[in-house]
Design a protein around this ligand. Structure first.
Ligand code: SF4
Length: 462
C-alpha cells in the first residue's frame, strides 16, 4: 500500500495497513492539509448553542470563516479588528462590541468570546475584559481561547470549547437528586435531524433528554445537566472528555455508543436499557432493526460489493465503517484529518487488519489514492467533494447534508442516498456514448440532487 501511495518520508508512519497510524502531530510545513484551525474546532463544538451571543474577536475574515458550520449558517458578531487595533490594542473595541452585541440580542443568556490568531499574538487580557463585562452586564461573558494557530488541528478547539462549557455552564443550576429516566447526550450536533431520530428511540425506552451538547444546548438546560442519570457519548472526540469530567464532578456514569448503522443502534439501545435495568423494554429493538433492513433491501442489492473510501472528522470513522459494511460495501480506506489514538484504535477494531488507515492525508495523497484505487464512493468533508467529482468518483459529504442518518430510519435514508449516488448514470458519461445534451441534462439533475436532496420522482429518473 505504501508503495502505491507515494508518501513523503516524514509522513510514512501516517499510513498503516495493519496497526495504528501516527497521529496528533503538527502538519508538515508546505503540505496542503485538509485540517481546519482551532477557532473552527471550537465553532464546530458550540456553534449550535442558541441563546448566547457568539462574538468572534479578530479580523472579520475569521468571523466569515466560522459563520457556516455543518452547512448551517449561524449569526455571529465580530470585533472586526484592523491594523489600528493590532498596533494599539483591541481591549476597548472588545468591550464596546460585547455591549453592542448584547443590546442587539437583549434576550441572550450569555456571551461567548472566541479569540483568534491576531488576538493570540497581541496578547490582550481577554479574560479580564470578559470578567469586567460580565460584572457590568449581569450575565456570563465567557472567553473561548482558541487562536487558530494553537494545537495541531481543530481537535484542540473542541477541547477548549468543552472546557469552557464545563467551567461556566454545565451544572450551574441548583443541586438536587438525579432526575428519573433522564439522560444527556454529549457529542451530538443534530445534523439534519439526527437528534430527533435518537430522541424518538430513547423515548420508546421511557427516557428524556435533559441536554444535548451542543445540538440542543441552552444555558438553562446545561445548568440542569448535572441531574441526569446517565451521559450518553455519541461522538467520542467531542463528548468523551466532558463525560469523564462530569463523572468526576457530579458522579454521572457514561456510556460511549453509536446510533449509526443497524447493529450499532441496536447495541446502543440495549446498553442504555440495561443501564436503566429494563432489558424487557428493548425487546422491540431487534424487530425494528430487522424492519429497517427490509426497507433498505432494494438499495442494499445495488450496493453489494461496491468499494467505499472514508475520510472525515475523527471518532465516527469506526461506526461509519461498520454502517457501510452493513450496506454491503467494502471499506478500502479509512482516514481522518485529526483522529487521536483512541479514534484509530476503535476504528481498527471495527475494520480489522488489512484495511489501510491514514491520518491527516493531504490533497495529493488522496488524489493518488483515488486515481489508483477508483473506489465506487468517497465519503468526506466539503473540501474533498470537488476533487472526487473532477475525477468522476461519486461523493457523499459527511456529516450529511440531506436527511438524518442516525437510528433505524437514518440507516434507510443512508442506504437510499448512497445507492442513488453510486448508481447515477452521470458517472458513466466518459464511456457511455451519451450525447453532449444528454450529458448536460444528467449533470444538471445530479447537481440539483446534491443541492437539495432527492425526492422519489427524481430518484427514478436518475
Ligand atoms: S487560522 Fe487564525 S486567522 Fe485563520 S481563520 Fe483561524 S483564527 Fe482566523
Amino acid at each position: 500500500m505504501k508503495m502505491l501511495i507515494e508518501m513523503m518520508p516524514e509522513r510514512a508512519g501516517h499510513l498503516e495497513l495493519t496497526g495504528l497510524p501516527e497521529c496528533e502531530r503538527q502538519t508538515l510545513p508546505g503540505v496542503i492539509s485538509q485540517r481546519a484551525c482551532m477557532l473552527y474546532g471550537a465553532r464546530w463544538m458550540i456553534a449550535a448553542i442558541r441563546d448566547v451571543v457568539h462574538l468572534i474577536h479578530g479580523p472579520v475574515g475569521c468571523a466569515y470563516y466560522s459563520e457556516t458550520v455543518r452547512k448551517k449558517n449561524y449569526r455571529v458578531f465580530s470585533t472586526a479588528l484592523g491594523e489600528k487595533e493590532i498596533v494599539f490594542g483591541a481591549g476597548q473595541k472588545l468591550e464596546d462590541a460585547i455591549r453592542e452585541a448584547v443590546s442587539l440580542r437583549p434576550r441572550s443568556s450569555a456571551v461567548l468570546v472566541y479569540t483568534t490568531c491576531a488576538v493570540g499574538l497581541i496578547g490582550e487580557d481577554v479574560e479580564a475584559i470578559c470578567k469586567q463585562a460580565s460584572a457590568s452586564l449581569g450575565l456570563p461573558v465567557v472567553p473561548v481561547n482558541c487562536p487558530g494557530f494553537g494545537g495541531v488541528s481543530q481537535g484542540k478547539g473542541h477541547d477548549v470549547a468543552a472546557a469552557a462549557l464545563l467551567e461556566h455552564f454545565i451544572g450551574r443550576g441548583p443541586a438536587g437528586p438525579p432526575l428519573e429516566n433522564s439522560v444527556n447526550i454529549l457529542g451530538e450536533f443534530d445534523v439534519q435531524g439526527d437528534l430527533k431520530e435518537i430522541e424518538h428511540l430513547l423515548q420508546r425506552l421511557g427516557l428524556n433528554i435533559i441536554c444535548a451538547v451542543s445540538g440542543r444546548a441552552t444555558v438553562e438546560n446545561m445548568a440542569r445537566a448535572h441531574r441526569a442519570r446517565l451521559n450518553i457519548v455519541h461522538c467520542g472526540r467531542t463528548g468523551r472528555w466532558l463525560a469523564q469530567k462530569m463523572e468526576e464532578r457530579f458522579g454521572i456514569p457514561w456510556r460511549k455508543v453509536s446510533f449509526f448503522g443497524l447493529a450499532e443502534t441496536a447495541a446502543a439501545l440495549q446498553a442504555i436499557a440495561a443501564f436503566f435495568n429494563r432489558p424487557g423494554e428493548a425487546a422491540w429493538v431487534e424487530k425494528e432493526a430487522e424492519a429497517a433492513r427490509q426497507r433498505a433491501l432494494p438499495y442494499l442489492r445495488r450496493l453489494a460489493g461496491r468499494r467505499v473510501a472514508l475520510f472525515f472528522g475523527a471518532s465516527r470513522m469506526g461506526s461509519m465503517a461498520r454502517a457501510f459494511g452493513e450496506l454491503g460495501m467494502e471499506v478500502v480506506l479509512c482516514g481522518s484529518q485529526f483522529g487521536c489514538q483512541e479514534d484509530y484504535t476503535e476504528s481498527r477494531r471495527c475494520l480489522g487488519r488489512g484495511t489501510p488507515m491514514i491520518d491527516d492525508a493531504h490533497q495529493r495523497e488522496l488524489e493518488e489514492f483515488l486515481h489508483r484505487y477508483r473506489p465506487d464512493l468517497l465519503v468526506g468533508g466539503t473540501r474533498e467533494r470537488f476533487m472526487a467529482h473532477k475525477m468522476g468518483i461519486p461523493f457523499l459529504v459527511f456529516p450529511q447534508e440531506t436527511s438524518p442518518y442516525a437510528g433505524f430510519n437514518g440507516f434507510v435514508n443512508m442506504a437510499r442516498e448512497v445507492a442513488a449516488l453510486v448508481g447515477a448514470p452521470v458517472w458513466r458519461l466518459g464511456n457511455s456514448g451519451f450525447s453532449r445534451k444528454e450529458g448536460e441534462e444528467m449533470v444538471a439533475k445530479y447537481v440539483r440532487y446534491m443541492e437539495r436532496g432527492i425526492n422519489e420522482n427524481e430518484r427514478s429518473s436518475l
